[in-house]
Design a protein around this ligand. Structure first.
Ligand code: PGA
Length: 250
């Protein structure tokens, strides 16, 4: 059975002290969770976050990882470095990285393979731009991103990979995809994985929705057959809202 995963993407927010305070506020709202709960603070907050999470059911995630083990890659972090501070999950290919930092489908693929090889669980982000949706090519854009991200990934590793469907027009804009739109594209992602690895593998892959998910719309989104959780930005920075989303997860 695939896991439902609610993950908070804190983006470039919070100092280490603020991260500790937010985790202390999230711990009680996550304690009875029926799902896996993950927080992804900035790299500089990871050690403080790990300490604050001790003894809780909440897992630690990072926001990016490099594919090389070490070397001349200024500003980057390796799988081993993240694992050394207690990271288990890593977001890869977020649209902000694709838009502002030159992330491509090829680097997403390399990062995904490196994360899997090193034992981190990748949360691979895919999603269409507004004009791609208006052009009617959402399904092919997303299927292409999924295929390229998983190129060369074994069936065993594919099962461990989390895919986050995040329509770019819905991120941080307050515009959520409708539950039906989210379900449809998450279904396309599952069908794409089935075409690569077979239906059994596809049934095991957790596919999240992300993009303005909040306390008010989480229940409807999370009730959809193909939506196995959420990747939450803004609402993950407020413990009561994040708690409400966790409570809405099956
Ligand atoms: P948002 O961000 O919830 O603030 O729209 C989601 C994300 O970018 O992962």
């Amino acid at each position: 059975m695939r896991k439902t995963i609610i993950a908070g993407n804190w983006k470039m927010n919070k100092t280490p002290d603020e991260a500790t305070a937010l985790i202390n506020a999230i711990r009680p709202v996550a304690s009875g969770a029926n799902c896996e709960v993950v927080v992804c603070p900035t790299a500089v907050c990871l050690p403080a976050a790990k300490e604050a999470l001790a003894g809780s059911n909440i897992k630690l995630g990072a926001q990016n990882v490099h594919f090389e083990k070490s070397g001349a890659f200024t500003g980057e972090l390796s799988v081993d470095m993240l694992k050394a501070v207690g990271v288990e999950y890593v977001i890869i290919g977020h649209s902000e990285r694709r838009q502002y930092f030159g992330e491509t489908d090829e680097t997403v693929n390399k990062r995904t393979k490196a994360a899997l090889a090193g034992g981190l669980i990748p949360i691979v982000c895919v999603g269409e731009l507004l004009w791609e949706r208006e052009c009617g090519i959402t399904n092919e854009v997303v299927a292409r991103q999924v295929k390229l991200a998983l190129f060369g990934v074994s069936a065993e590793d594919a099962k461990k990979t989390v895919i986050a469907y995040e329509p770019v027009w819905a991120i941080g804009t307050g515009k959520t995809a409708t539950a039906d739109q989210a379900d449809e594209v998450c279904g396309v992602i599952r069908a794409t994985i089935a075409s690569l690895y077979g239906a059994e593998v596809a049934e095991e892959v957790t596919i999240q929705y992300g993009g303005s998910m909040n306390a008010g719309n989480a229940d409807e989104l999370l009730r959809k057959e193909n939506v196995d959780g959420g990747l939450i930005g803004g609402a993950a920075l407020k413990a009561p809202d994040f708690g409400a989303i966790i409570a809405a997860a099956k």
